[in-house]
Write a protein that binds this ligand. Structure first.
Ligand SMILES: Cc1cc2nc3c(=O)[nH]c(=O)nc-3n(C[C@H](O)[C@H](O)[C@H](O)COP(=O)(O)OP(=O)(O)OC[C@H]3O[C@@H](n4cnc5c(N)ncnc54)[C@H](O)[C@@H]3O)c2cc1C
Length: 440
């Protein structure tokens, strides 16, 4: 039996509006769980993992209910940087060393398939979420050019993959007009988009497919009674044959000590006023997303109405900052000092889950009645949608991709409940120092 008391999903209750909320039409669903129900599959978490697993299980003769503690997309899925990146969070060099070439190739293919799957869903369901092609990785240090060139050569030779474009010191400035960068690499198969519009679009399709979505209905306790799983939500109970948990950084104690395999961290984004198309194209010529090469990354892109959405810094404490404007803008001005004269109209943050090896964590307990997928480690926009698909395919016995991820050996974050946070804070300080030293 697992229970939860502390509630991370409540941290957003009093915050100001994000740009995404401002930009997206309201999600049409209005229902809250107010009775006991029985369902074939109960999905806990109305983010992209939960919604994607529901969508992939739908039209199979199963009754499906999603329980969302807050509102659909109110977690990281509706708050993120919108960078729809290929691959895993770790590069292929790391994956090959750790798992051997064959498994590394499997992970690479899943990462590529994840992005094309999302693009296909957007086309299939005609979701208007401002999809734009191309993400540029920019090098903050003089040494980065070697890494980019090695990666391009390696992927060409060993994966027959060519969809990169390299930028040297002169040409990167044409692409991203900042003095900060020494080189860069365009990933032509990556995209950027408005993630809340995407989440709502997929959730609307769930409703159209007959899936029940209950908002403001947190799961409080999960009990295995052997025959089925009982989920308590306030005064109501849900009896389910299968349960899927997609709560990622907002998981709290719902899965007991499983949470010790990742660190929930808070990350923040700001949005300027609209800079207009001309200035936007002077700053980022091809309207690509941009991600830098540091440990504590900056990531940014233009919105559909040409605001610069700039994200990156992580705070040292578990405390959630309600107004991140001042500390995020400092980083943005280092990249584009000319933006000081423009207003910052929105700032918001979200919580994500990071595993030690930066690979997602998939698992099943309660004799394969309960499945979970989380810890996409900041690379979850495509992978949470793929994660939901893999969970659904596992339940439907359609593929063994889930098993390949489940077999990854993950390590507990050391320090137990008491020392995990101080350890994490020390790591942040260490990485900030490394970023500083690498620039010297
Ligand atoms: C600021 C920020 C920027 C990011 N930028 C990027 C990016 O640019 N590219 C990228 O690939 N990834 C990015 N990520 C990561 C990405 O957003 C996540 O990996 C992904 O959205 C995870 O989706 P999810 O559905 O698993 O979790 P979430 O979207 O977090 O959804 C979990 C849901 O579970 C609900 N929940 C929690 N507890 C309960 C409960 N007890 N009962 C019912 N419901 C519950 C929560 O309310 C929440 O809605 C970013 C994350 C953040 C926070």
């Amino acid at each position: 039996m697992f229970t939860t008391k502390k509630r991370t999903f409540n941290q957003h209750d009093n915050e100001k509006e994000s740009f995404y909320k401002f930009s997206a039409p309201n999600f049409s669903n209005q229902s809250k769980l107010n009775e006991n129900i029985s369902t074939d599959v109960c999905i806990i978490g109305g983010g992209l993992t939960g919604i994607s697993s529901a969508l992939n299980l739908s039209n199979q003769g199963l009754s499906i209910s999603i329980l969302e503690a807050n509102k659909v997309g109110s977690g990281a899925s509706g708050r993120n940087g919108g960078q729809l990146g290929i691959g895993m969070r770790k590069d292929q060099f790391y994956l090959e060393k750790k798992f051997g070439i064959e498994k590394a190739k499997f992970f690479w293919k899943i990462g590529l398939d994840a992005v094309s799957h999302v693009v296909n869903l957007i086309e299939k369901y005609k979701i208007d979420c401002a999809l734009r092609q191309g993400v540029i990785h920019v090098g903050n240090t003089k040494k980065d050019y070697k890494y980019f060139q090695d990666e391009i050569d390696h992927m060409q030779k060993n994966y027959n993959y060519n969809n990169y474009e390299y930028f040297d010191h002169n040409s990167i400035r044409d692409e991203v007009n900042s003095h900060r960068y020494f080189s860069g690499m365009l990933l032509k198969d990556s995209y950027h988009l408005n993630p809340l519009k995407l989440t709502f679009g997929l959730a609307e399709q769930c409703l159209a497919n007959g899936i029940n979505i209950y908002e403001n209905s947190p799961a409080d306790k999960i009990v295995d009674n052997q025959k089925e799983v009982i989920i308590h939500s306030g005064k109501n109970i849900i009896k389910a044959k299968k349960v899927i948990i997609g709560c990622n950084g907002y998981l709290d104690n719902l899965l007991g000590s499983k949470r010790n395999y990742f660190m929930p961290i808070n990350n923040y984004i700001i949005a300027t006023e609209s800079l207009g198309k001309d200035l936007a194209s002077k700053l980022i010529k091809r309207n690509c997303g941009v991600i830098d090469s540091r440990f504590m990354i900056d990531y940014y892109r233009f919105s559909e109405d040409y605001r610069l959405l700039f994200g990156g810094p992580e705070t040292i404490t578990s405390h959630f900052v309600k107004d991140a404007k001042s500390f995020v803008s400092k980083r943005m001005y280092k990249v584009f000092p000319e933006l000081k004269k423009f207003k910052i109209e929105f700032s918001w943050g979200g919580t994500l889950a990071i595993s030690i090896n930066r690979l997602p964590i998939f698992g099943t307990i309660m004799n394969q009645k309960l499945y979970y997928a989380h810890a996409y480690s900041g690379h979850g926009l495509a992978m949470s949608i793929m994660g939901g698909k893999m969970v659904a395919e596992k339940i439907l016995n359609k593929s063994n991709n889930f098993d390949m991820f489940e077999q990854i050996n993950h390590f507990k974050i050391p320090g137990g409940n008491m020392f995990r946070r101080p350890l994490y804070s020390s790591a942040i300080i260490y990485y900030r120092l490394m970023d500083y030293l690498n620039r010297l």
